[in-house]
Design a protein around this ligand. Structure first.
Ligand SMILES: Nc1nc2c(c(=O)[nH]1)N[C@H]1C(S)=C(S)[C@@H](COP(=O)(O)O)O[C@H]1N2
Ligand SMILES: [Mo]
Length: 262
């Protein structure tokens, strides 16, 4: 087996393991019923770090050099023959951009960490453009406070304009000095380091300014919030016995292997 095939096999194994976990998890949720999703039970005050039964992997963020690849649904990558980015909604100047057009934006770069709710994170150097450039060019209506982003694999995300204008939020074209790979979101993805991985939408095809907040894929298909802001010290909101699991997490804490004082 050559290296490429072997890597793909490993990737596929990881992906199927991932699906199994999430599917199981939905079964659990439908058994438990909707009451388990109520804020009171989700954000109970009890400190689960004292629960000796929680497997370590649920508590300790694993730093994964080189990344996992996460896809809600199997996806072969974007067909660039059909790819274009449309940016519109409640704006003065809606536009359609080609891949080449994107390089007309001012390129910024940063090193930041992507943190998945499944308790792993990884760092990369990201290059792309700031949302402020889009806002300047398109001039959204002042009442358009929300942004809805759709992708080529039918995934979708939702933000406030204000969140996307924060520092270190990038619409990314390049990762670690290369164009994004087909698995990591080529041709365009979002990196918002203060949000959990699922908010970092890949394969973007459309960005819309709206005056109402839409939901996102994982709030419609699972227990994760629309907001998805990393809560330092709280992760896996429902993945282990439907309890909030504290971890050392998020961009704020980089010493992932040490627990904060209980
Ligand atoms: N379009 C799209 N974007 C997506 C996803 C997806 O399934 N489809 N998965 C999300 C999740 S859950 C995570 S953790 C990150 C993982 O990014 P990576 O695959 O580049 O590591 O992508 C996010 N963006
Ligand atoms: Mo994720």
């Amino acid at each position: 087996m050559n290296n490429e095939n072997r890597n793909r096999d490993i990737k596929e194994k990881k992906n199927s393991a991932f699906k199994f976990v999430r599917r199981d998890f939905f079964k659990m949720i439908s058994f438990a019923g909707i009451s388990s999703l109520l804020p009171n039970s989700v954000f109970a005050k009890e400190d689960f770090r004292n629960d000796k039964n929680i497997p370590k992997k649920y508590i300790q963020n694993r730093d994964i050099p080189g990344f996992h690849i996460r896809s809600a649904n199997p996806f072969m990558g974007v067909d660039m023959g059909n790819w274009g980015l449309s940016i519109g909604g409640m704006v003065k100047n809606p536009i359609a951009l080609s891949y080449e057009d994107l390089f007309g934006m001012r390129m910024m770069s940063q090193v930041s960490r992507l943190k998945c709710v499944e308790c792993w994170s990884a760092k990369a150097k990201w290059e792309g453009f700031h949302f402020s450039e889009v806002v300047e060019k398109l001039q959204p209506d002042p009442s358009a406070k929300y942004v809805y982003i759709q992708s080529a694999d039918s995934y979708y995300e939702s933000f406030t304009v204000e969140e996307l204008l924060r520092p270190r939020v990038l619409f990314v074209l390049r990762m670690d000095g290369q164009p994004l790979s087909k698995d990591h979101g080529y041709p365009l993805r979002l990196i918002a380091p203060f949000k959990y991985g699922y908010k970092n939408i890949k394969y973007i095809t459309s960005i819309k300014f709206l005056d109402t907040r839409k939901r996102n894929y994982w709030s419609n298909s699972g227990p994760y919030s629309v907001d998805g802001t990393i809560q330092p010290g709280i992760d896996h909101p429902l993945d282990y016995n439907k309890k909030p699991i504290p971890i050392n997490g998020g961009e704020v804490f980089h010493f992932f292997d040490k627990r904060p004082p209980a």
